[in-house]
Design a protein around this ligand. Structure first.
Ligand code: ADP
Ligand code: ASP
Ligand code: MG
Length: 594
């Protein structure tokens, strides 16, 4: 007998009529012969309301009590759902996270799942009952209620599907599926039939609120087929599976993170270990950083910029100020009104010119980019918040994301393509994981063929990145990593890497560009190496980047560029250090490497 997990989000259980409608969906699945586990969120905007109550009392309520408070929202829904099912003549039983045995760590409001006990659920399912589980919540070792982070019911659902080896996990929400971007912001957005785990993970982590990113880590690790569907219709939805929709398109989707903040630590002594201190402290507070950019220093001092969610800013600034005092840096600057626009696609790994197309789209709308970072399957640009929606639209159009690719794969046929197959991610390997959300590293590898070019002191106006990379692309030079930041003096600095063979050609062009822009003569390093640490969910595991910094700095190895994505962390070091750095990281991750 097959087993499915059905998750209903807040808007799909916003009132009792919707709760009854959700109950009917579960009944339909039960009648089709499935065992059904429902995971439900708090009704409508209940969680927001609960948070607002606490904020009426204090700005910084304790996280333990916030979890106690927020978890009540889901408890209301599970009981009403059970009542609804019983009223429709079906046997049902509701369970809180604690009752099921969803064990988490004790990181209140951001807890990670360690293990899930399936006994209670299995027993009820075998008694012919529909099981209703509270989303978003768990329990720590010492019995305190924890929550998984906003939007975390998706993660509960996919985690339960993984633990129960369910045939599929259906995510019912208020849109027809996963779109090329948020359809509320870009009405032309196209609904996809399917999207790969890697792309969905990246998009979710970069702001596509339709799925909690950690739920996709589970889906990928445990090979759970997930389908996002509309709770108000019978539309087939979008499947999230191992393979992408199209093999030819460079970009599958775009996302906006509307509430980002930029933090710059200025005047940081440029020696190994300094960045480590900063990011370790921030990681310890479980704050996820993105778009880390360290300007190449000319005077032994450097600026380190990165972005965090606006909500995490007060805490991040407190930590950064402590670090500034400890390392003898100059100060901390912040910029709130910023938004991060990203494009994502597996195809970009093998295609050049993608970044330049994005920069051109923004330049044509006169949107200024204050920071750029890239990794092999995503490009992110920071723009001002009030231009965020326009920027998203411009980028969506530039990649014609509203158009279905010619080679698009259609909907997934469940039995044929997605059966939970025992592959190397299952069985023996997973049994070694102590925590279900523990990090998985797939490989550590070294690319010794790169050179770095830096253009400092460019004017900070719209179209700069676009002119630079268009000019470079004209000569068929393939650019790998790109970082751009705007320094204290309001001048932009752009660094990028190219292959060593193309360096001389690139330097000629860079010289030309520097002259035209009246900026400094280009700097370069003819022999840099890229170390790539690959895995799943690397960015959301906040401690990983700092662990890497710590290992390398303990051997005095300086990291010049770091770029992070959910799938990989790329670290640029001098070639002389590269073999040693790679060996050190391999040793460090030996236990985690598949
Ligand atoms: P739920 O309460 O069901 O969990 P959410 O509000 O968390 O629902 O997620 C659904 C919303 O996600 C949609 O209403 C849509 O505005 C937003 N969204 C953002 N990006 C995307 C995307 N790429 N595809 C579909 N929806 C998206
Ligand atoms: N109710 C929680 C929230 O609003 C969890 C969820 O809906 O996924 O964040
Ligand atoms: Mg949600």
């Amino acid at each position: 007998m097959s087993l499915i997990v059905q998750k209903f989000g807040g808007s799909s259980v916003a009132d009792t009529q919707k709760i009854l409608a959700a109950a009917r969906k579960a009944i339909r699945a039960a009648k089709e012969g499935h065992k059904v586990v429902m995971v439900v969120s708090a009704m409508g905007k209940t969680t927001d309301g609960l948070i607002a109550l606490a904020k009426q009392i204090t700005d910084r309520p304790s996280t333990r009590e916030m979890d106690m408070l927020m978890a009540t929202g889901e408890q209301v829904t599970i009981s009403l759902m059970a009542i609804a099912l019983e009223s429709l003549g079906y046997q049902a039983v509701s369970y809180t996270g604690t009752q099921i045995g969803i064990l988490t760590d004790d990181a209140h409001t951001k807890a990670r799942i360690r293990s899930i006990s399936t006994e209670t659920m299995r027993k009820s399912l075998n008694e012919g009952k529909i099981v209703i589980a509270a989303g978003f919540q768990g329990v720590s070792d010492d019995g305190a209620i924890t929550t998984l982070g906003r939007g975390g019911s998706d993660t509960t659902a996919v985690a339960l599907a993984a633990a129960l080896a369910a045939d599929a996990c259906e995510i019912f929400t208020d849109v027809d599926g996963v779109y090329s971007t948020d359809p509320r912001l870009v009405p032309e957005a196209r609904q996809m039939d399917r999207i790969s785990y890697d792309e969905m993970l990246e998009l979710a982590s970069l702001g596509a609120g339709v799925m909690h990113s950690r739920s996709i880590e589970f889906a990928k690790k445990y090979n759970v087929p997930v389908v996002v569907r509309n709770s108000g219709s019978d539309a087939p939805g979008t499947w999230i599976v191992a393979t992408p929709e199209s093999k030819t398109s460079s970009v599958c989707g775009a996302a906006i993170a509307k509430k980002e903040a930029r933090v710059t630590v200025v005047g940081v002594p440029d020696r190994p270990g300094v960045a480590m201190t900063l990011f370790t402290k921030i990681a310890e507070a479980k704050v996820a950083t993105d778009m880390i950019v360290q300007n190449i220093s000319t005077d032994g001092k450097t600026d380190i910029s990165f972005t965090v969610l606006e909500d995490d800013l007060p805490l991040t600034v407190d930590i950064a100020k402590e670090v500034v005092a400890a390392i003898g840096a100059k100060g901390v600057e912040t910029d709130t009104g910023v938004a991060k626009i990203s494009v994502v696609g597996l195809g970009m790994e093998h295609q050049s010119g993608v970044a330049q197309r994005m920069f051109r789209a923004l330049a044509d709308k006169e949107i200024n980019i204050s920071m750029i970072t890239t990794s092999e399957i995503k490009i992110s640009a920071l723009v001002s918040q009030d231009q965020g929606a326009d920027a998203l639209r411009a980028v969506h159009e530039a990649f014609a994301l509203q158009v279905r690719p010619d080679d698009a794969q259609g909907p997934v046929v469940l039995s044929k393509e997605t059966k939970l197959s025992p592959d190397k991610l299952e069985g023996e390997y997973l049994s070694r994981l102590t925590g279900m959300e523990d990090i998985i590293i797939e490989s550590v590898s070294l690319d010794n063929a790169q050179a770095r070019v830096t253009l400092n002191n460019l004017p900070d106006t719209s179209g700069i990145a676009s002119s630079v990379f268009e000019r470079i692309a004209k000569d068929k030079i393939v650019v790998d990593m790109i970082v751009q930041s705007v320094g204290r003096n309001g001048r932009a600095n752009i660094s990028f890497t190219v292959s060593r063979e193309q360096l001389p050609q690139t330097l000629t062009i860079a010289g030309e560009l520097a002259k035209n822009f009246r900026s400094d003569a280009p700097l370069h390093n003819p022999k840099v190496s890229k170390i790539v640490v690959r895995g799943t969910g690397l960015r959301s595991h906040t401690g990983l980047a700092s662990r890497i910094f710590r290992i390398l700095s303990s051997e005095n190895i300086n990291v010049t560029i770091i770029s992070t994505s959910e799938r990989s962390i790329n670290i640029m070091v001098n070639e002389n250090d590269s073999q040693k750095a790679c060996d050190l990281l391999k040793k460090e991750f030996a236990k985690e490497i598949l």
